[in-house]
Design a protein around this ligand. Structure first.
Ligand SMILES: Cc1cc2nc3c(=O)[nH]c(=O)nc-3n(C[C@H](O)[C@H](O)[C@H](O)COP(=O)(O)OP(=O)(O)OC[C@H]3O[C@@H](n4cnc5c(N)ncnc54)[C@H](O)[C@@H]3O)c2cc1C
Ligand code: SF4
Ligand code: SF4
Length: 392
């Protein structure tokens, strides 16, 4: 059997035939006829130089194929062919430095129990615009501590890409390349961080992104990020992730379940839905040790109940029994069961890997209470792009 390869294609329905990519490609891999602009699979080496210069994003299309589409076939495309059901190329193949990131994301989405899918109404994300070889250089606009707990340093870090195009959607991640080299003299691989700002910027109309970063003892990238000063330059790859995305449907109902920095994408969702005037409502279960270690505690308290119903759950309050996210989900099972029975509901779970088991058990018992089997219901929701897990 032939080994599948990843092929670089251009979406003919979106391309405006400006030929900027053709002029940019350093090795002449891009050609055009009267009909289409196309990439020669025999020549393209995935350097990604053409990705950021394309004004439409139509150049950022990839298919895993057993036999690459020829130039002639591509010149005849009216629309891009669908991705056929083929196993992805093994790591270390043609994806170059995108591979470790793809592996990290695949691992992070494992808890969904099958192939993750984006919501049907989600906007189309740009991915892999900037790579290890060609990262975006961003300026640190701010670095603020979010938590008062001395042993739990979580930071809100704002990055400015300047004039570089860097389109993100809520739920996507970026890679941060820690400076320096590893023991073998190679550049460090990027660490992934969820974007915590909405698509139109940390402040509306500002072209910037924010991250929510927890300092890990002995951790390379998290300490580097948490110690950054305003004005420093950071190397960023991405954006990454094409499934943990928000539905654009304003009537969709979101059930958000998170711990710690898993709140980052939830912040982005909440801000975008507030800005866009979504009406479907959101319910959030957010676990932390104490209010002092819960990122965004102050701003969260100001969000009206009709936009976001909040269940803040603490496991280390001095005068109370330990309570974890799954305990509160079970305690609020009527509300959760009602949401599970509504086809407009999308579930998002994000945070530390350890939260998955408890949440699964809670959902199993709630599904049973309405006569459903959780894994069957979850698989339907996942296939419909309504069940999303990102844990790390
Ligand atoms: C999809 C995705 C989204 C993510 N989103 C976020 C996010 O929004 N916010 C966030 O904070 N994190 C997020 N993460 C986790 C993040 O990518 C990093 O894994 C995390 O910040 C740790 O990276 P690091 O470089 O600091 O640690 P690393 O250097 O990679 O070390 C990993 C672990 O080993 C330990 N370690 C390393 N060296 C030593 C040593 N010498 N002695 C003792 N222990 C050591 C560290 O304590 C750390 O826990 C996400 C991960 C994924 C996959
Ligand atoms: S990825 Fe690089 S080699 Fe391939 S078409 Fe784009 S610029 Fe040319
Ligand atoms: S730069 Fe983008 S829009 Fe312009 S020709 Fe190339 S693919 Fe088409």
């Amino acid at each position: 059997m032939t080994t599948p390869v990843k092929q670089h294609l251009i979406d003919p329905e979106i391309c405006i035939r400006c030929y900027t990519c053709e002029m940019t490609c350093p090795i002449g891999a891009i050609e055009h006829d009267d009909n289409n602009v196309v990439v020669n699979a025999d020549v393209c080496n995935f350097c990604m130089d053409c990705i950021p210069v394309c004004p439409t994003g139509s150049i950022d299309e990839w298919r895993v194929v057993e036999t690459p589409y020829t130039l002639e076939e591509q010149f005849d495309f009216d629309e891009l062919p669908e991705q056929a059901e083929i196993e992805a190329a093994p790591a270390g193949g043609d994806e170059g430095d995108a591979d470790p990131v793809a592996a990290l994301l695949a691992e992070a989405h494992k808890g969904a129990g099958g192939k993750a899918r984006a919501p049907l109404t989600a906007a189309k994300p740009a991915v892999n615009m900037y790579t290890l070889g060609k990262p975006a250089k961003m300026k640190v606009q701010g670095n603020y501590r979010l938590t008062d707990d001395p042993s739990h340093d979580v930071r809100h870090i704002i990055l400015d890409p300047g004039a570089l195009p860097f389109p993100v959607l809520e739920g996507q991640s970026v890679g941060i390349i820690p400076p320096g080299q590893d023991a073998e003299g190679k550049a460090h691989l990027p660490r992934l961080y969820s974007v915590s700002s909405p698509r139109d910027g940390e402040r509306p109309g500002y072209h910037n992104i924010s991250l929510t970063v927890k300092r890990e003892e002995g951790g390379l990238a998290s300490n580097y990020l948490c110690d950054l000063e305003q004005g420093s330059e950071v190397e960023v790859t991405g954006p990454f992730g094409s499934t943990f995305l928000m539905p654009n449907d304003p009537n969709a109902r979101l059930l958000l379940i998170c711990t710690g920095t898993g709140s980052a994408p939830m912040r982005a969702f909440t801000m975008q839905r507030q800005r866009g005037g979504a009406t479907g409502g959101m319910t959030m279960f957010f676990g932390a040790r104490t209010p002092e270690s819960l990122p965004y505690f102050g701003p969260l308290k100001k969000i009206p109940e009709k936009i976001l119903r909040q269940h803040l759950v603490f496991s280390r309050l001095p005068d109370a029994d330990k309570e974890y996210v799954q305990d509160r989900i079970v305690a609020e099972q009527d509300e959760v069961a009602e949401m599970l029975g509504d086809e407009r509901t999308h579930i998002y779970i994000c945070g530390l890997r350890g939260m998955e088991e408890g949440v699964e058990l809670a959902m199993t018992s709630i599904a049973e209470s309405i006569g459903q089997q959780w894994t069957a219901l979850r698989d339907v929701m996942r296939d419909e792009g309504r069940y999303h897990v990102e844990t790390y």
